[in-house]
Every structure is written in C-alpha cells, then in structure tokens.
Design a protein around this ligand. Structure first.
Ligand code: SUD
Ligand code: ADP
Length: 309
C-alpha cells in the first residue's frame, strides 16, 4: 500500500527581550497592566508540524527535560484551539527544538505557541488573517501576540496590545542564561510583595527610549533600558546582581534582567564587542551558558528552506 509522506512545515520562533517594562496595578483578572517595549532576538526555537494519527509533542535540545510534552505545553493548546475552531481533529506531531532558555524570561513557550499557529495555518490551509492569528495568540498568553509580530513593538494592556516601534539598525546582545528558571507568576507576586513592603523604584515612560531606537543609537539606548520586574527577579535570585556587574565590567554598554528573568541581557556597541563580552562572561562562571544574539528579527514565520510549499 502506498503511504503519503509529508514534509514537515517548519517555523522559526524567535525569543524576545523587554527593553522597557513598566508594571502597573494588579487588575481584577489577576494580570498587571503593562507598558513594555519588546524586541525580537535571533536566539530562537524551531517548531515543525506534520500530520499524525494523534496529537503528539516532542521536545528536543539541552533543556528538553524541563518542558512538558502533554496538554500543558502551549503548542498542544495552540493545536487544540485551531483544530476546534476549524472543525478537525488535532492530529499532528509537533517537534520543538529548544534554543531559547526555559523559564528564562525570553518567551520560549510563547514563541513556540505563535510558531504552532503559523505552522498549522499553513499545514491545514486555513488562510487565517493577521487579525485572526492575533486573537488566537492573545488567548494563549500575554507574550504570544508579540512572538507572532516580531520586530520592535510597544505592548500595553497585559502586553498583548501591540503597536510597531521604529528601530533603526541592528542591536547586538549577549544573553547570560541562568542555571535555574524563574516562574513568571512568582516574579509578579514578588513585585507586589516588594511594593506592599516599600516603594521600589519604577521605570519612567518609554518616550526617550523609543527616540534612541528610532535613531538606532545603542550608546543612547543603553542607559534608558529599564525593567520593573528586575527588583523582584533579583530578590528571588540575588546572584543575578553579580552576573549584571560582570557583563558591564566585561565591556557591555548596559545589562538588564530580561522580562521576569533570570536571563540577563547585555547591550553591546557592536558584534565584535558582543563576542568579547560573551567570552569573558563564560570564563567568569556567572552563567550556565552565554549566547550572542541580535535584534530586531522577524516574528514566527515559515522557514522557507525547510517547509513544503
Ligand atoms: C513578564 C513577561 C514580559 O514580557 O514575559 P516573560 O518574562 O514571562 O517571558 C510577560 O508579561 C509574561 O507573559 P506570559 O509569559 O505570556 O504570561 P501569561 O501566560 O499571560 O501569564 C502568566 C502569569 O503571569 C502574570 N502576569 C502576566 C502578564 C501580566 N501582564 N501580568 C501578570 O500578572 C499572571 O500571574 C499570569 O497568570
Ligand atoms: N513550549 C514550551 N516551551 C517552554 N516551556 C513551556 C512550553 N510550554 C509550556 N511551558 C511551560 O512554561 C513555563 C515557562 O516557560 P517559558 O515560556 O520558557 O518562560 P518565560 O515565561 O519565562 O518566558 C515552563 O516552565 C514550562 O513548564
């Protein structure tokens, strides 16, 4: 009997860093009101989908053991959501190659979910509009719409309402991955606790930062990077202070905790400096792994070299 062999649909799923993250009040629905400037980075996962007898998820890569392969994986939820909406069984095998640190504040799970929406739209020929994809993304998580969108964007609401931000030039980053992850809800809770106990400093509005992005000036951008969640991440993992100091001592323009952490992101003047800073940080033993990345890059999109058409 002849069987049809399907080539997988492959989507690249970039990570993100929050250049600016201002956390407002806790809302009645348990989310905090945010103003954030996201940038998509070249450090990425790859998600491949292929028809199968049932819904299956396989995770590969160094951190695979930390990622669930059942219905709690965001890619599983993305597949079930699109299958239900399009009236078909969710019968696909999804393979995730993790390059993004797990629970690292770089939106790895959200990037995989965004990539799954793009991959299944292609595999099932759904012809979804941008707006429809955005709506599914927002149901999956606050960061998922940005992971679809990519580039540099201003996020408001719980982070899901996006406006593109003009960013000239490519920015060069070094990412210091921590040994243990941090849970996003735990970091938000810690910030609420710190705010109830005192008055940790809050970041300004992002106007000046957006101007530096429009000019494309890394040196002007560096002192304007800011993250309200940083104090909470440092409170839960005090060792990150040492990592932040080491990156700046090694020649980075500035260092910041990425999102809810614990990954530390260092902005560098150029690619050569980023490579030097990464080598020094790796040697200093203040991180589990160190990576060089640049941004902005596109959001989740078909990997034309590997997908069928
Ligand atoms: C902090 C940020 C910054 O971009 O990213 P990460 O550092 O996790 O990557 C995001 O706000 C995370 O977005 P995401 O990881 O999609 O979070 P969700 O699944 O929507 O929410 C997980 C939990 O985080 C808390 N949460 C999330 C978003 C928000 N605006 N306020 C919150 O309080 C809530 O406790 C929520 O139940
Ligand atoms: N596809 C996925 N990749 C990574 N983690 C996932 C995924 N799906 C669900 N998770 C769960 O989400 C948690 C947060 O992971 P992740 O999205 O990597 O971090 P962050 O929210 O810090 O950006 C993980 O601890 C894991 O249990």
């Amino acid at each position: 009997m002849l069987s049809v062999v399907h080539r997988p649909v492959v989507v690249r799923a970039p990570s993100k860093v929050n250049l600016h993250l201002s956390v407002g009040d806790l809302r009645d629905d348990g989310y905090h009101e945010l103003t954030t400037v996201f940038q998509a980075l070249s450090l990425a996962d790859t998600v491949a989908v292929v028809p199968a007898a049932e819904l299956r998820v396989e995770v590969r890569g160094e951190d695979a053991a930390q990622v669930p392969s059942d219905h709690t994986n965001l890619v599983w939820q993305a597949a079930e959501m699109l299958a239900e909406a399009s009236g078909r069984p969710p019968h696909v095998a999804i393979t995730i190659d993790k390059g993004i640190p797990v629970a690292g504040g770089m939106a790895g799970g959200s990037a995989d979910a965004a990539a799954t929406l793009v991959a299944l739209d292609e595999l099932w020929s759904l012809g979804l509009t941008r707006l429809e994809l955005d709506r599914y993304a927002a149901r999956l998580g606050s960061d998922v719409p940005f992971c679809l969108h990519g580039g540099t964007a201003l996020g408001t609401g719980r982070g899901e309402k996006l406006l593109p931000v003009l960013a000239r030039n490519t920015f060069h980053w070094v990412l210091a991955l921590a040994k243990d992850g941090l849970s996003t809800p735990a970091v938000f809770r810690e910030l609420d606790r710190l705010r109830a106990a005192g008055d940790p400093p809050r970041v300004d509005d992002p106007q000046a930062l957006m101007q530096a992005l429009a000019v494309g000036d890394a040196a002007a951008l560096a002192p304007l990077l800011g993250n309200d969640l940083q104090a909470a991440a440092l409170s839960l993992q005090p060792g990150l202070r040492r990592t932040l100091r080491a990156g700046v001592a090694a020649g980075a323009l500035a260092g910041i905790v990425s999102g809810s952490g614990p990954t530390c992101a260092f902005l560098c003047a150029d690619r050569d400096t980023a490579v030097e800073v990464s080598a020094e940080l790796a040697g200093a033993g203040v991180a589990r792994t160190v990576r060089v990345a640049d941004g902005p890059v596109h959001g989740a999109r078909l990997d034309d070299d590997e997908s069928q058409h």
